[in-house]
Design a protein around this ligand. Structure first.
Ligand code: KIV
Ligand code: NA
Length: 270
């Protein structure tokens, strides 16, 4: 088996070339993404794009482990990071370590991602100093949708920009190898990228970041419940799949599928 990129390799891309990241949740999709990506994120976005949940708040550690294992079976090149879901790390640094260690042991992934700024810095330092590579996540933090009053882009006011700046610095100084910046205005994402050691991975945070990530089902045009400004459809899989289902249904109803080539006949006796 080929050796996968490490979190250290991802940080080393900073200032060299953009880091390419996609979310991945299943083995077959991972096999398709892996050769093209530096980093694969088993995101808790799976709650919304795979399970039909309205937010990521209901995602469990067991769900993350099942999908983390599926992704690890398909990854041979990219670094694989698994999201810590809501409620599995915010209570204490000890709780965070327990959850992170369980996920790393049961999946074999390369590290974990957690959302949060200054309030999570102590936790990030605790994890990193004990052998858990941490991918941070600042700006728009979907697990905080209930206190934030919805999904809105960040950094428009000076006060909000200053808070995100301090969050990114705190997580960087705590030792995160990379930090997702989500839904954040360009000048701030650019400034943070230029002033921290960690690689910044943007989603709705401008081309100034050290790398980019998208939710794979979004960029494939598979999850179309809503389309944030920062999503680009690189394909229309929803259209392709609807058409396939429609054609299949038509052929079954017309009895034109299965054809002779799909049908077993008794082998002639010798
Ligand atoms: O869960 C997820 O997919 C994420 C990325 C969008 C960064 O956290
Ligand atoms: Na996430």
């Amino acid at each position: 088996r080929q050796k996968r990129l490490t979190p250290t390799d991802i940080t080393a891309l900073k200032g060299v070339r953009p880091a390419v990241c996609l979310t991945a949740y299943t083995t077959p999709m991972t096999r398709l993404f892996d050769p093209h990506c530096d980093l694969l994120l088993v995101g808790d976005s799976l709650g919304m794009v795979l399970y039909g949940m309205e937010t990521t708040v209901g995602v469990t550690v067991e769900m993350m482990i099942a999908h983390g294992q599926a992704v690890m079976r398909g990854a041979s090149h990219a670094c694989v990071i698994v999201d810590l879901p809501f409620g599995s790390y915010q209570e204490s640094k000890e709780q965070a370590f327990r959850t992170a260690a369980r996920i790393m042991k049961e999946t074999g992934c390369d590290g974990v991602k957690l959302e949060g700024g200054e309030e999570m810095a102590e936790t990030v330092a605790f994890l990193v100093s004990r052998g858990v590579p941490v991918f941070g996540h600042v700006g728009l933090m979907p697990q905080q949708v209930n206190t934030a009053g919805g999904y809105r882009s960040k950094g428009h006011s000076d006060a909000e920009a200053e808070k995100i700046r301090r969050d990114a610095r705190a997580i960087d100084q705590a030792g995160a190898f990379a930090i997702v910046i989500e839904g954040t205005v360009e000048p701030l994402a650019r400034e943070i990228t230029g002033t921290i050691a960690a690689a910044t991975i943007g989603i709705g945070a401008s081309p100034a970041c050290d790398g980019q990530v998208l939710v794979s089902d979004d960029m494939l045009g598979l999850f179309n419940d809503f389309k944030p400004r920062f999503v680009k459809h690189f394909a229309d899989l929803a259209g392709v799949i609807s058409k396939a289902a429609e054609d299949y249904a038509g052929e079954v109803r017309a009895r034109s599928f299965p054809g002779p080539e799909h049908t077993f006949q008794v082998r002639p006796k010798k």
